[in-house]
Ligand binder design. Structure first.
Ligand code: M6R
Length: 352
């Protein structure tokens, strides 16, 4: 059941600390800060890596591709429905990773089959033991989030991100103590966001807005895409997420006082340019809500702050996303939506 929560979505958001502890169990060493994933012990560092996924799993794929590139392994994320295995260099040195919570998404399975046909090594990163994806790939890594009932993917996204970060560290053979310590602290940090978030009251102020925009850069870009997807899925309101740099290339035309902008302000690389993006939207009277680990950098220029604890840069998207999950949930709640079963959507999309 819902264990006292009004909706599975809320229950599952609150289950994230536990889901992440499960995902980490036995995979990070207390002794030498090394990372190991038993199920894929025989997988070697690939020459290149391609991720395929849909919806939220595509956003996790984008995050993962950046993690691998940062570790010197060429990596690309594809929408599974757009994957073109014949046209990209795919051979036995290529690892193709199907990221799919359910393991049953038709587009993702089809991309995995294409990759298999082209001779790639394939890996499924999934939540469901024995799922089609787990059976049709050479290797499988489980994210161990526990069953997710709500159509909106929440805890499985957090667990996918953690699993993919472990995968990147393992395959690249780069173990940093600061990263492992940050991973270990992550469940408690998520708990502190869940306990103290002001998402509900801030969201109330903007319940009648025309549209909601989400901007982020670098590791924050996939969070921006995910924040918008979650919000539109459960609230039925228009939402768009894009990299902050894209603002001036079109979306800015829509920005005004009835379009709040959620800005992910984390990580050194993003901060300076993100502050310029914030000023651009404010000049068009848009209210700005910053999701940030450095409130002092933005407090004086934004309308509201959704704070996240400080962590390793590569974990900031996981924490920032929790605040945006709460934004989507509380707005849908306030609007009286059918949160766990949004209209027109299915938990697992088994047709292409
Ligand atoms: O089971 P999968 O991870 O393959 O599902 C992919 C998408 O259908 C899924 O993430 C969808 O976008 C969610 N409903 C988003 O909350």
């Amino acid at each position: 059941g819902k264990s006292g929560y009004d909706h599975y979505m809320c229950k599952e958001i609150n289950e994230q600390p536990r889901a992440i502890r499960n995902c980490l169990r036995g995979r990070i060493s207390e002794i030498d800060a090394s990372v190991s994933i038993d199920e894929i012990g025989d997988l070697a560092r690939p020459e290149r890596i391609q991720f395929v996924g849909c919806g939220t799993s595509y956003h996790a794929s984008r995050y993962a591709a950046r993690l691998f590139r940062r570790r010197g392994i060429p990596a690309t994320a594809f929408y599974a429905s757009e994957y073109d295995a014949g046209a990209v260099p795919v051979n036995e040195e290529t690892l193709v990773v199907g990221v799919t919570q359910s393991g049953e998404t038709a587009d993702t399975l089809s991309a995995i089959r294409d990759a298999n046909r082209c001779g790639a090594e394939t890996l499924a990163v999934t939540n469901v033991v024995g799922s089609s994806a787990s059976r049709e790939t050479d290797h499988v890594m489980y994210i161990r989030a526990g069953p997710e009932i709500s159509v909106a993917a929440t805890k499985t996204f957090a667990s996918q991100q953690v699993a993919l970060l472990l995968l990147a560290s393992t395959l690249a053979g780069d173990y940093s103590r600061s990263l492992v310590e940050a991973l270990r602290a992550l469940p408690d940090q998520i708990q502190s966001i869940l306990d103290g978030s002001r998402a509900s009251e801030i969201t109330d102020v903007y319940a009648r807005s025309d549209a909601y925009f989400f901007i982020g850069r670098g590791y924050g870009a996939s969070v921006a895409l995910e924040g918008a997807l979650k919000l539109k899925e459960v609230t039925y309101k228009h939402a768009e997420g894009f990299p902050g740099g894209e603002l001036k290339h079109g979306p800015l035309a829509l920005v005004g006082d009835r379009t709040p902008v959620f800005a992910i302000v984390t990580g050194e690389s993003a901060t300076g340019k993100m502050l310029s993006n914030i000023k651009e939207v404010e000049a068009r009277d848009a209210p700005v809500i910053a999701v940030t680990d450095s409130p002092s950098a933005v407090e004086s220029i934004v309308d509201h702050v959704l704070r996240i604890p400080e962590t390793h840069e590569q974990l900031t998207p996981i924490l920032a996303n929790v605040q945006l999950q709460l934004v989507a949930y509380w707005l849908a709640h306030r609007l009286g939506r059918s949160i766990d079963k949004p209209r027109n959507l299915a938990k697992s999309v088994t047709v292409e």
